[in-house]
Design a binder for this molecule. Structure first.
Ligand SMILES: Nc1nc2c(ncn2[C@@H]2O[C@H](COP(=O)(O)OP(=O)(O)OP(=O)(O)O)[C@@H](O)[C@H]2O)c(=O)[nH]1
Length: 613
């Protein structure tokens, strides 16, 4: 088993890495490690003695003092124990090369660094300041100091500050990994303590709350806090710790920390009320208690943290590979990338047409269903009504009625009927065109690799649609030509049979007599109708062939050919423009990469502790 000290050091290092790589929790778009790490958070109302407790745990004066809200950014304070006799020093994460040995300068730097983010306007910010203190007089511990809870905004502060502070404090103490150091002054009614109120809310069972009672020396004469300290008045899972910090007068007199600690020890040792509790009171005891607890919490959490790290590494790596590599810079590589992307799109498009992906079957639907239905709906009944036949035939005959069969009348009736086939022919071309367009749209959307390049995506879509438009024109010409071919030369065989049928009627004289009666026109109508039916059957088969030949086959073979030619003529700059990535995506890749780096270094940290076992 790794030593407890090394465990805390590990967590300290990971916490620092979190800040360097921008993980302070609260960002739901990326996995966070920060929130999984255990920490001790100091919570209390203003002037409850938070700074004093922190300073006496450290044994140094280094926190800013003043009226109003002094702590305006979270201060992550990492204490590192070093060998006796070594000079103690402090280091800020934002000033990595600078060792502070003068703690008055530390205080100044905290103030300056606070202002750097929040301005001098007494605003607050959730971005933490990281401070490490290396000293022989501390225990390994990470403490987070937060702005004091307050009930009123002071001059120059927005009204919202009261709520903002509570929200910030709450965001820390809510986390199940947070150990709450709830500071309450003993000279106030504990029932109204801000710290206790909040910790009760977020930790009702009291298992992560350490109750700290400050200002025991300031209690009214004749009263004491034994009921609280012995855990009767406000029971928590952990023992209450009483503290006596330096008074304002002590501070003014520059009473040093070591002397203050000695005075605190004496206070408890000689107190008639607390003498029996002396060994479990005071800031030194509190520091040890916290360190021990933090160790056990880390030990319990380590397996969970390790599996969280591994899971997040997998997720981030998957996302990064999904986002793709950053774009190449030279023109050749760029052209290659563009062609690869086009091919990826084209492959998906083909899969839609040929099966494997849905959509191509709908083209068959046009031929099998829409086209036959449209052919059936053509208004031949009207065109071949007795009235119209009579009219067309008579007009074709002119002043001389036909003698045997109305050749001209037949031709005009057939021509008129065949004209109607143009509609379904064009409609089939358009229907397939729209299906192809839809498949292009879907294929673009399904080409994951293209997602990062909105410009190229739009260009490919435009090029594909232009090509489809050209195919449509060609297809229209071809199908209409099929219809025209039917009118330009009629199937002779069909008509050869007709005079025989007339002769079957018997007496040829009666034929001319029939010529103007209904039966004669009805026969003409039925002859034309069956001829048109025959043509309809032919077109039902040939239109799909033309459409597939001109549109589907072309789309499959040469959808982007024209685009490729244009690409070949582009200059480096234009190619780069095509690969102009979505900035949001570039940012996301950067963020993911940074977070991945954090998780990997965290994994290494933990591994190195495990090896030390
Ligand atoms: N006599 C006595 N005075 C104390 C004790 N603890 C704190 N004080 C005094 O109470 C005042 C406030 O203490 P701080 O430690 O600054 O309190 P804080 O909670 O950090 O206050 P803010 O940073 O303003 O929110 C200071 O004047 C301290 O000297 C104590 O145990 N005994």
């Amino acid at each position: 088993m790794a030593t407890m000290e090394s465990l805390i050091v590990t967590v300290n290092r990971i916490q620092r890495a979190c800040t360097v790589l921008g993980d302070h929790g609260g960002d739901t778009a990326l996995p966070t490690l920060w929130e999984a790490l255990p920490s001790v958070v100091v919570v209390g109302g203003q002037s409850s003695g938070k700074s004093s407790v922190l300073e006496s745990i450290v044994g140094r004066d280094f926190l800013p003092r003043g009226s109003g809200i002094v702590t305006r950014r979270p201060l992550v304070l990492q204490l590192h124990k070093i060998e006796q006799g070594v000079q103690e020093y402090a280091e800020f994460l934002h000033l990595p090369k600078k060792k502070f040995t003068d703690f008055a300068m530390v205080r100044k730097e905290i103030q300056d660094e606070t202002d750097r983010i929040t301005g001098k306007s007494k605003q607050i910010s959730p971005v933490p300041i990281h401070l490490s203190i290396y000293s022989p007089n501390v225990v390994n511990l990470t403490l987070i100091d937060l702005p004091g809870l307050t009930k009123v905004a002071v001059e120059g502060q927005p009204e919202s500050i009261v709520q903002d502070i509570e929200t910030m404090v709450r965001s820390y103490v809510e986390k199940p990994n947070c150990i709450i150091l709830a500071i309450t002054p003993a000279n106030q009614d504990i029932a109204t303590s801000d710290a206790m109120k909040l910790s009760r809310e977020v930790d009702p069972s009291g298992e992560r709350t350490f109750g700290v009672l400050t200002k025991l020396d300031l209690m009214d004469k004749g009263t004491n806090a034994v009921d609280v300290l012995e855990g009767r008045a406000y029971p928590l899972q952990h023992p209450w710790v009483g503290i006596v910090n330096r008074s304002q007068a002590d501070i003014n007199k520059n009473v040093d920390m070591i002397a203050a600690r000695r005075r605190e020890r004496e206070f408890f040792a000689t107190s008639p009320d607390y003498g029996h509790l002396a060994s479990k009171m005071g800031s030194e005891y509190l520091a040890k208690l916290l360190s021990k607890h933090l160790e056990s919490v880390i030990r319990a959490r380590l397996p969970g943290i390790t599996s969280l790290i591994n899971k997040s590494i997998d997720e981030l790596e998957a996302e990064l590979s999904h986002l793709g590599r950053p774009v190449a810079v030279d023109a050749g590589a760029q052209l290659y990338t563009i062609l690869e992307l086009c091919r990826a799109f084209d492959k998906i498009f083909k899969e839609h047409l040929e099966g494997g992906r849905p959509g191509g079957d709908r083209i068959y639907g046009v031929f099998d269903h829409q086209l036959p239905a449209a052919l059936r709906k053509l208004p031949f009944d009207r065109h071949l009504s007795l009235q119209n036949i009579r009219k067309v035939v008579s007009e074709a005959d002119g002043y001389q009625p036909h003698l045997i069969a109305p050749e001209q009348g037949y031709r005009r009736l057939i021509d008129g009927a065949l004209h109607y086939f143009r509609g379904p022919a064009e409609a089939s071309v358009d229907a397939v065109h729209f299906l192809l367009k839809e498949l292009v749209r879907r294929s673009i959307a399904e080409t994951q690799e293209l997602k990062r390049f909105p410009t190229l995506q739009a260009e490919i879509a435009a090029a594909a649609n232009e090509a489809l438009e050209r195919f449509r024109e060609e297809s229209k010409k071809t199908t209409l030509r099929l219809v025209e071919m039917e009118s330009s030369y009629l199937t002779v065989d069909f008509f050869r049979k007709l005079p025989q049928e007339v002769e079957k009627g018997g007496n040829p004289n009666s034929v001319s007599a029939d010529r103007y009666v209904e039966g004669h026109f009805r026969r003409i109508g039925s002859n034309v109708s069956s001829y048109v039916g025959m043509v309809s059957e032919t077109l039902r088969n040939t239109i799909p062939k033309a459409v597939v030949y001109c549109q589907v086959r072309e789309a499959k073979q040469s959808l982007l050919n024209h685009f490729y030619i244009l690409l070949g003529k582009k200059e480096a700059k234009q190619l780069a423009q095509l690969l102009d990535e979505d900035p949001a995506l570039m940012e996301r890749r950067l963020q993911c990469a940074k977070r991945l780096e954090l998780y990997k270094s965290a994994r290494d940290e933990i591994d190195s502790v495990s090896w030390a076992r």
